[in-house]
Ligand binder design. Structure first.
Ligand code: ZN
Length: 316
């Protein structure tokens, strides 16, 4: 099964539905909340407009196809960070082209999730080399089941895989810019890389930050609330007051915004841990509303308060 299928295959929809029927049978998740986020994101990407926003130092951000895409445009070549969802190619490709008439030479994946890597195949076909964390290569090679999404992400076609892998850190000089990739251990997944454009002072943190939304925690792939908080703290340490920070989802912001997100994570983590340590079941923990103070600001996107509590509960 091709990873870059334009439409989620019917069998996947059926499998997702089956898993979420099971989830719906549990008392703490309402039926309205059991549609796989994968299907919602993919459907949205099929028609979503892709916008281009110039940031600083020849770095632009493209929004509208799954995760936010960064493009650095040098004098003779470009570098992309993430490739979005394949079904958005007709809108992503012209948006990338609009940043300058030079080819894409490198594509860095912030992590393995399909809303950041599904476009790998077409970017590679156009001549780019893909760079990713070593665990991204492993997960794209084997395929990964994400239980909480009720979804199996099949392996990438062998000719669409990353060919340069990063362990803890990699720095590269590219077309007048210094690009620093870092891996601080498991966070959102066990495949995460941050990408820092040093001269421009622009940092892409991938899904370590969902700006204005509760984030997904891929517990089954090494992610956890504590890993995520560790990552956010490391990225905040690596930022200055003027650093432009690109989140995986949501608007571009800065260190102050990222710090506010961190404080929300810590508060909810502590609330949920206290309830769990006190012997509360997941259903009882959800009923105690440990996210209540933050739901208005963060709870209206793909990850509902109840789903986020479940993701946090699994990791504390
Ligand atoms: Zn992700």
């Amino acid at each position: 099964m091709d990873f870059d299928s334009a439409v989620i295959p019917a069998v996947q929809r059926a499998a997702a539905a089956a898993v979420f029927v099971f989830a719906a049978a549990t008392p703490f998740i309402a039926a309205a909340e059991v549609v796989s986020p994968v299907l919602l994101i993919n459907d949205d990407a099929a028609t979503a407009k892709v916008t281009v926003q110039k940031l600083r130092g020849n770095v632009s951000v493209l929004m509208g196809s799954g995760g936010n895409i960064a493009v650095y445009t040098g004098p003779t070549a470009k570098l992309m960070v993430d490739a979005g969802i394949a079904v958005s190619r007709p809108r992503v490709e012209p948006a990338v082209d609009s940043t300058g008439a030079v080819p894409v030479k490198f594509l860095i994946n912030t992590h393995y999730h399909w809303d950041h890597t599904d476009g790998n195949a077409w970017v590679l076909q156009k001549g780019a080399t893909i760079i990713a964390h070593e665990n991204t290569l492993k997960r794209l090679t084997s395929g990964t089941r994400v239980i909480e999404w009720g979804f199996f992400f099949p392996a990438s076609p062998p000719d669409a895989l990353p060919t340069i892998v990063v362990g803890k850190e990699k720095t590269m000089e590219f077309e007048g810019e210094t690009i620093v990739m870092k891996h601080y251990g498991a966070g959102h997944t066990d495949t995460d890389l941050s990408v820092y454009f040093k001269n421009a002072d622009v940092l892409h943190v991938g899904d370590i930050w969902w700006n204005g939304h509760y984030p997904f925690l891929d517990n089954g792939s090494g992610g956890s609330i504590d890993g995520l908080i560790h990552w956010v703290n490391e990225c905040i340490k690596a930022s200055g007051p003027n650093t432009i920070i690109i989140p995986g989802h949501g608007d571009v912001s800065d260190r102050a915004g990222f710090t506010e997100f961190r404080d929300m994570l810590v508060a909810i983590r502590n609330n949920v841990a206290k309830l769990k340590r006190g012997g509360k079941t997941l259903a009882e923990t959800v009923a105690a509303k440990p996210t209540a103070a933050f739901d208005k600001k963060y709870g209206d996107f793909l990850i509902s308060p109840a789903f986020f509590i479940q993701l946090v509960y699994m990791g504390v």
